[in-house]
Design a protein. Structure first.
Length: 320
């Protein structure tokens, strides 16, 4: 059970004091939302509204590392004001509950991209700027001093390692839960062989790609709008260094309406972009992202692992 936020407030206030932050939390607290292992609260403070997110599950160390990574990314993006996102003020751990405190960003989730041309134009400006932040390495972020870089030396190594990790994780889960009809040992070997062929075919291709800062999860729910502007990109938990086409894969809501504006913005920033090549790379990443999604949702009761893997295998067949 997640610790009550009222219990956490004195610990958070003490943490702010040790960091010499001239900020005081007030008693006004309201719940914004909750998940299976987390809750989000809106809290009044001496500097305005803040958002406190608390999470408690069996992966406390991983959750703390995620909070730490988000904090440092938030500090890094302060130097890139063209990318609107919430500034994280602090983070910490009390018992087995991890918390983060960040500024409140006004706005509502974008709903229908085809009807939001002003928002799309601004979103294209933001994403193209984000995709021109040049960083070293590939994959999820680590921090070397104040500047992020990918955990792997290049994009290919990240893609290959995590693709097989996600696939193995699914297989281990169905074996443990005795639901081998979702993924038999024969199917596991067959699909694994096809994945190896996929990476052999595109190894040089992936290694030669230009890699920059990615949001990592551009779902509509992670884009806030206020008036005719995008007020914030939120939930940068999956930010990474990689190929910009990755941010559009499995995001059909962005393809038709946003891509032309995005291409125009990228050219305005001096990037020589081949539209057909970019769209092909989007299709190239879709089976990998689908695999990652299936792995992350594998414990959900409504997930059909067998159906998802059949779809993934079909996409790979078309590519190899």
């Amino acid at each position: 059970m997640v610790l009550d936020v009222h219990f956490l407030l004195p610990y958070i206030q003490a943490k702010l004091k040790t960091e010499s932050t001239d900020l005081f939390l007030h008693s006004g607290v309201s719940e914004l939302g909750k998940g299976a292992y987390s809750k989000t609260y809106l809290v009044k403070s001496s500097v305005g509204k803040l958002v406190i997110h608390v999470v408690q599950d069996s992966h406390t160390i991983e959750q703390f590392q995620n909070a730490e990574r988000r904090f440092f990314l938030s500090q890094f993006l302060k130097h890139h004001p063209k990318v609107p996102t919430a500034l994280m003020i602090t983070y910490g751990q009390v018992e087995d509950t991890v918390y983060t405190v960040q500024e409140y960003m006004p706005g509502k989730e974008i709903k229908h991209v085809k009807d939001e041309i002003e928002h799309l134009q601004h979103l294209a400006e933001i994403i193209s700027y984000l995709h021109n932040v040049n960083l070293r390495g590939g994959g999820y972020l680590k921090f070397n001093g104040d500047k992020p870089e990918g955990i792997h030396t290049n994009w290919y190594l990240f893609l290959r390692r995590f693709t097989f990790f996600w696939f193995k994780s699914i297989y281990q889960y169905v074996t443990k839960e005795n639901i081998s009809e979702s993924l038999s040992s024969e199917s596991y070997v067959r699909i694994q062989s096809k994945l190896k062929k996929y990476f052999r075919k595109y190894k040089t291709y992936f290694e030669g790609l230009r890699c920059n800062l990615l949001h990592g999860d551009l779902s509509l729910g992670n884009i806030l709008i206020d008036g005719k502007r995008v007020s914030a990109l939120i939930d940068l938990d999956f930010s990474m260094v990689g190929d910009p086409a990755w941010d559009f894969a499995f995001r059909d809501h962005l393809h038709k309406n946003l891509l032309p504006l995005y291409f125009s913005e990228m050219r305005g920033l001096g990037v020589d972009i081949d539209e057909d090549h970019f769209r092909f790379r989007i299709s190239l990443y879709e089976p990998i992202i689908k695999l990652a999604i299936t792995n992350s949702l594998k414990r959900k009761p409504n997930i059909n692992i067998k159906k998802d893997l059949a779809h993934i295998e079909s996409m790979i067949d078309n590519l190899v």
